[in-house]
Ligand binder design. Structure first.
Ligand code: NAD
Length: 313
């Protein structure tokens, strides 16, 4: 056992399987007391079972660590609150929350139903909010704490997962909002976009060139939860972990701007700077477009479909 997280209390959602389980085991191995949350559902979010969270608690205890199970659904306010309340009741504090829980319901946008949209957004985005919300109230008073959300490279967009992609984009904005809103209370917030072999990534309809194991992601999360990351001033960031690769994503910024250079034409064009014609000139000219990297991938997907192969990422 290491001591990177000695004395800390950490809650991990979706900790029964895959990346969440690896994070819970790694945090416990580094000395944290861990709340293991998992609703124990299928990849689509059905058939809940409390056995999944219990099994990871047993693994942690067998390795000499300390953990408690919470089998609640993170998509409910009561579930998020119970995860944090359990940490307080069992261990007296909460130093970090890691929101890993997630499901998939894949469908093209033009066929997607409300039953495919709502639970995916609720599990990922609301499920991060419910836990952040409950933890932030305690961390604000404690004047310390770490919030970690799980996003995906798919926040850039997705052909057949508009629900998942939207939720993952939302998580990045939620993390940045948490980083801003809690900065003065000494609380940090960051997001991780992992690529690791789990039942969920086995579902990805393409050959992933850069992929690793859940344990690679877990090591990164342990760092983010540690005092080291806090003294390094790491907050408001999005990191990718894919096996041997770690990467930081850029903050969104305006790329190019143009300003109407004439005096405001009082009276002319109703006193507006912009007419559709002037907008067209600006977009065709100095403002331009920013090419979308994922659009280029569509060509590879079409090629692979024609050759009956899995496309390369
Ligand atoms: N595996 C990857 O390569 C990859 C890539 C990008 C993003 N992610 C993200 O990483 C996270 C973990 O993914 P994974 O691959 O380990 O998936 P996984 O399916 O192996 O594990 C997800 C866990 O979340 C639990 N869960 C689902 N709904 C829940 C709910 N409402 N409340 C509590 N627990 C719930 C499940 O029971 C499951 O044990 C997810 O947020 C996923 O979107 C994973």
């Amino acid at each position: 056992m290491g001591n990177f997280l000695a004395g800390k209390v950490v809650a991990v959602t979706g900790a029964g399987r895959g990346i969440g389980r690896a994070v819970a085991l790694a945090a416990a191995a580094e000395g944290a007391k861990v709340v293991v949350n998992d609703y124990g559902v299928s990849i689509e979010g059905g058939e809940p079972s409390s056995a999944v969270a219990q099994a990871v608690v047993k693994e942690i205890e067998a390795a000499g660590g300390t953990a408690v199970a919470v089998a609640d659904d993170v998509a409910t306010m009561a579930g998020g609150q119970r995860i944090v309340d359990t940490a307080l009741a069992e261990y007296g504090r909460i130093d970090g929350v890691v929101c890993v829980a997630g499901i998939l319901r894949e469908r093209m946008l033009f066929n997607m139903s409300e039953e495919e949209w709502d639970p995916v957004v609720a599990t990922h985005l609301k499920g991060t909010f419910t836990v952040f919300r409950a933890a932030a109230a305690v961390m604000r008073k404690q004047k310390s704490g770490t919030l970690i959300g799980f996003t995906s490279g798919n926040h850039q967009g997705s052909v057949a997962q508009a629900n998942y992609s939207s939720a993952k984009g939302g998580i990045i904005s939620l993390v940045r909002s948490a980083a801003l809103g809690l900065h003065k209370y000494g609380v940090t917030a960051n997001a991780v976009a992992p690529v690791a072999r789990t039942r969920m990534s086995a579902n990805v309809p393409m050959e992933l060139k850069e992929i690793g194991e859940p344990e690679d992601v877990a090591a990164f999360v342990v760092y983010l939860l540690s005092e080291r990351a806090r003294t390094d001033g790491v907050t408001g960031q999005v990191y990718t972990v894919a096996g041997p690769k770690i990467a930081v994503w850029a903050q969104p910024v305006e790329l190019r701007a143009v300003h109407a250079d004439e005096e405001r034409p009082d009276g002319a064009d109703g006193g507006r700077w912009w007419t559709p014609e002037r907008v067209a000139e600006a977009v065709a000219g100095p403002v331009g477009v920013d090419p979308m990297p994922m659009l280029a991938q569509l060509e590879e997907m079409a090629r692979a479909a024609a050759a009956k192969e899995r496309p390369n990422s």
